[in-house]
Design a protein around this ligand. Structure first.
Ligand SMILES: [Zn+2]
Length: 436
């Protein structure tokens, strides 16, 4: 059986037998070719060195795996000047050297992976009789050769992580077609310079704010104009606005479209009370001092000539953090925080009425709140009931003494969040209280 319409083979190959196992169809194929071209010097050789067998997978048939048992040869290369003394028989129409898939199957796997990605391709492959892992699909896709770059006028250069924090590469994009042009193994100026030097037609190089790509572009494409890409322009603007907001202690109110009341917005946007000198210190202040110490140390080491990498290693900081600290001007300011709204917020007025009416039973409050639409947990009601049972009178005094913003801090807040009053008295389970 030289060949069959179900499994066409190139000239010089013939099917010698068919068999099957529980999982696979086995097709024995023998090569009758008497010569092969040396892969190095391209000289045909008729000197057979030995025979060996390959077991590549072929396209599945009726949903079953098809495996070829391919008997091929090794040849001597008799060209004295050729460094390749022994080589394997080449069958370019059927299979690539060292491949475990035939060319037909490899092409199908690549097409599936390109259409569905590796994970989706692996799932689809299971239905088609191609039982490969997604890693195999991905490796097949990586075997595809990239098309030639051609003439390109504007390129965008940026880095990406092969392994985050460990190894980075460079991606080069055609800004006119948004097509990937090339991927460089590192993000060094020399690599960028060499790539750009091979393309003197480039007129525009879009890059990040780092000096590495600026140096590489200046040396590799001195004729090109360097511009900052849109993402980094927006990031520059965002960083500047953030620094301004932090320094001026401005909080941005939530979107008006969100389902909250005006009073809640006012409570959230109210300025945080400033601690009096000598009184309690905010945790954020201690964080600021720790951060300021880091910033001072980073700047000191930078002035001593340490590189960003060395500073990051010594201080155990991320390199981006080191760069951010070096860009920082003035003292470190705390980041304004917006208080998260509680699910109890809409029910404060109702809770106040209930407490004024004398109800101190947490379970009863919880049941009443559920009827009013409260979807929070029972424990939350227990905490507020316990706190209020101990400090309710104090809270009323506190409510009268303080302004509206401070009122919302007490007593229906987690214990300790209130600046002005702290609950006192014995702890008791709110579940044991009776409705009065
Ligand atoms: Zn040769």
């Amino acid at each position: 059986m030289p060949t069959t319409p179900f499994l066409p083979l190139p000239d010089g190959l013939e099917i010698t037998s068919l068999s099957e196992t529980e999982q696979e169809l086995l097709v024995r194929v023998t090569s009758n070719r008497v010569s092969s071209l040396c892969p190095v010097c391209s000289t045909p050789s008729f000197s057979i060195h030995s025979y060996y067998r390959r077991k590549p997978l072929e396209l599945p048939c009726t949903g079953r795996i098809v495996r070829l048992l391919l008997s091929v040869k090794k040849f001597f290369c008799r060209v004295v000047s050729c460094p390749q003394k022994i080589f394997t028989e080449r069958l370019p129409e059927l299979i690539e050297p060292s491949s475990r898939l035939t060319t037909r199957l490899r092409s199908l796997v690549q097409a599936i992976c390109a259409a569905f990605n590796a994970k989706g391709g692996a799932r689809l492959g299971e239905q088609l009789g191609i039982h490969f892992t997604r890693e195999t699909f991905l490796r097949s896709l990586h075997l595809l050769s990239t098309p030639p770059v051609g003439n390109v006028k504007a390129v965008g250069i940026d880095d990406f992580a092969w392994k985050r924090g460990k190894r980075y590469g460079t991606v080069i994009i055609d800004l006119e077609t948004h097509r990937l042009l090339d991927i460089l193994p590192d993000r060094e100026a020399e690599s960028v310079k060499q790539w750009l030097s091979a393309h003197p037609e480039i007129e525009i190089v879009s890059r990040d704010r780092g000096g590495t790509y600026a140096e590489g572009a200046a040396q590799g494409a001195p004729q090109a104009q360097q511009i900052a890409d849109r993402w980094h322009l927006c990031k520059n603007l965002g960083d500047a606005v953030e620094v301004y907001l932090v320094r001026k202690k401005i909080q941005i109110p939530p979107s008006p479209s969100s389902n909250i009341t005006t009073q809640q917005v006012a409570a959230v946007c109210a300025p945080l009370p400033q601690p009096e000198p000598g009184s309690c210190r905010y945790a954020s202040q201690e964080k600021c001092e720790r951060k300021q110490a880091f910033v001072d140390q980073v700047k000191s080491m930078h002035e001593q000539g340490y590189t960003t990498y060395e500073i990051a290693d010594v201080l155990h900081l991320a390199r981006n953090t080191v760069r951010k600290y070096l860009r920082l001007e003035g003292p470190v300011q705390p980041t304004p925080r917006t208080r998260r709204l509680s699910q109890l917020d809409p029910f404060y007025e109702y809770l106040t009425e209930r407490w004024n009416a004398g109800c101190a039973n947490a379970h009863q409050l919880f049941v009443d709140l559920q009827e009013k639409g409260y979807r929070g947990g029972k424990q939350r009601c227990a905490v507020l009931s316990r706190d209020c049972a101990k400090g309710f009178q104090g809270w009323l005094v506190h409510q009268n003494k303080h302004n509206r913003e401070k009122r919302c801090l007490c007593p229906f807040r987690p214990q300790g969040s209130c600046v002005g009053c702290s609950p006192s008295g014995k702890k008791s389970s709110p579940w044991k209280k009776k409705v009065t």
